[in-house]
Write a protein that binds this ligand. Structure first.
Ligand SMILES: [Fe+2]
Length: 556
């Protein structure tokens, strides 16, 4: 009789890496997985992401959560159609091929348990070395030398993952004392060995999302729908050119009153990365913000008006990136006609679908800023992205959405395997949508520490290398964010040329704001010439610069 659940490794391996159809989720899961715990992650033949782990819960909850992390990775990687899919270097060469991440998330557990003293030797020194460090290239044209790395075979990594899984399970099972000392809200960053496991769980969830982006960037021929996530329904059928209020909603500006916000992790029941701890109190002045994220339809105006080709909309590095990539549309729009015909389909994670004009556009930071400049000119306003403090001012949640019972209104935690329309996730009475979830939102801020920031000794370079003025913050989480990523306290960042499931909303800047540590007094426009000027304070002197020169000087 054909075995459906318990497969010997070789058979399981063969089934997983050949382009065949599966009928049950259990068939793609490796045979070593403990079904006592994996059953909590599977409902109606679909995988779900469990609610965030309470850090002071017991062994059973840790095992459920660990299995959930592991299974999510397995299901995601089952979307790689061929063995070769694992070894494809991304088109931008900014990250390793997915074989690295398949091994990396497993070796991370081993390396962190070594550091925490939970084990005294690893599984395979060579692998723990090869799989230790990811990439975050500083420029867009650096090849990661991946073609010189002799990656292990898929069978070798599969075997390594089995050993790592068994090791973690053993450590959790055999160390009752790990769960007897509670992690205090005052000492979350102290060296409790349990923290190394929590760190590894959430690290795996980070790579779950970044790997989903790499898969979305992969040629569609190498990918298949993994089936066992909750699939989205896309409502829009092919429409060549978007019509406002028919294909996408008009996006109004709403006024937000001045307020004081406190930034710093408040939820003491869940894991946080080092940069979330500390406390900053910031005063936010009145500002106007778009009620929706910028939709594909709204962004189409910029594309149609040749925004990608008009240099003045791009900052110095952004212009260099745009020219280097020679791109003329957002990365997940798929040309559906000759160049410049402006006909597009949409690349979702695992498919190419009709364009959904009412979905949030997914862009990098440079493209978001270029759109702000284009639209500022069009509307005679002064648009920019929100600052972190403004984003926090918008989020007035009593409970962190990830801990809330009312998840329906948030598109996150893998409840839907795609971004969805910008006007359906309503979060405030005054009609603000997508304050959290759907897609990440680019911010103006460079990534920075909060007051009281401390490095965690288990991961000393998680944040500090990125406090370099070259990483831009993102906020709000995406449909693929789970665990810590989906928390309102999370603080993440990317280089401005990187893509994530990330879009943006716009703020109309009022007077007296600070840009790149420069106090802007006001902006004015010469009505006769249309030239904009910025009056700003530097070394206690008022200075005037044409806005274009100011931007060129400070937005490098
Ligand atoms: Fe990593």
């Amino acid at each position: 009789m054909k075995s459906k659940i318990v497969l010997p490794i070789a058979k399981s391996f063969a089934k997983r890496f050949e382009p065949i159809n599966f009928t049950k989720i259990e068939e793609i899961l490796p045979s070593y997985i403990d079904k006592n715990y994996s059953k909590h992650s599977i409902i109606n033949n679909k995988i779900i992401s469990l609610q965030s782990l309470n850090i002071n819960s017991g062994k059973e909850e840790y095992l459920k959560y660990f299995n959930n992390c592991w299974l999510l990775t397995e299901v995601l990687f089952s979307s790689l159609k061929y063995k070769e899919s694992f070894y494809q270097t991304p088109y931008h060469s900014l990250r390793h091929p997915l074989i690295f991440y398949y091994g990396h998330v497993a070796s991370f557990y081993v390396n962190k348990m070594l550091l925490a003293g939970l084990i005294d030797k690893g599984i395979n020194k060579e692998f723990e070395n090869i799989f230790e460090t990811g990439v975050d290239e500083m420029t867009w044209d650096v090849n990661t030398q991946d073609n010189k790395i002799n990656w292990p075979t898929l069978q070798e990594v599969f075997t390594y993952r089995e050993e790592a899984y068994n090791l973690v399970t053993d450590i959790i099972n055999k160390n009752e004392q790990l769960f007897t000392t509670k992690i205090s809200d005052e000492t979350p960053l102290d060296k409790t060995p349990l923290w190394s496991l929590l760190m590894s769980f959430e690290h795996e969830r980070i790579h779950l999302e970044t790997s989903s982006v790499l898969i979305r960037e992969m040629q569609i021929e190498y990918v298949r729908n993994p089936k066992y996530f909750t699939e989205p329904t896309h409502h829009q059928k092919e429409s060549q050119f978007p019509r406002v209020e028919i294909d996408y909603p008009e996006n109004e500006l709403l006024s937000i009153e001045s307020k004081v916000v406190h930034i710093g992790k408040k939820d003491i029941t869940t894991y946080g990365w080092d940069n979330e701890y500390g406390l900053d109190t910031r005063k936010v002045s009145d500002f106007d913000v778009s009620q929706y994220l910028i939709s594909n339809g709204e962004f189409f105006e910029f594309v149609k008006d040749d925004g990608y080709y008009i240099d003045k909309y791009w900052c110095g590095n952004g212009l260099s990136w745009r020219k280097f990539r020679n791109t003329y549309h957002p990365t997940f729009w798929v040309a559906n006609g000759p160049k410049d015909s402006n006909l597009f389909k949409l690349r979702s994670c695992f498919d190419i679908i009709d364009m959904q004009w009412n979905y949030p556009v997914i862009v990098n930071h440079y493209e978001a800023k270029a759109f702000c400049r284009y639209k500022s000119e069009l509307d005679a306003k002064n648009y920019r992205l929100p600052f972190e403090a403004e984003h926090r001012a918008l989020q007035d949640f009593e409970t962190d959405p990830i801990n809330s019972q009312f998840h329906n209104n948030f598109n996150f935690n893998l409840q839907n395997l795609s971004e969805n329309a910008v006007n359906i996730n309503k979060h405030t009475e005054n009609n603000l949508h997508d304050l959290h979830g759907n897609v990440w939102q680019w911010l103006e801020d460079d990534f920075h520490p909060l007051k009281g920031f401390k490095i965690h000794s288990y991961y000393k370079d998680f944040s500090t290398p990125c406090f370099d003025g070259k990483h831009k913050m993102i906020a709000g989480s995406s449909f693929f964010s789970t665990g810590n990523l989906a928390s309102a306290d999370s603080r993440y960042h990317f280089r401005p040329h990187f893509f994530q499931h990330s879009g943006f909303r716009i703020v109309n800047d009022k007077q007296n704001y600070i840009k790149n540590n420069i106090q802007i007094e006001f902006e004015t426009i010469n009505q006769a010439t249309g030239v904009k000027y910025i009056i700003f304070k530097e070394n206690n002197e008022l200075k005037v610069l044409e806005k274009e020169s100011f931007d060129a000087r400070f937005w490098q």
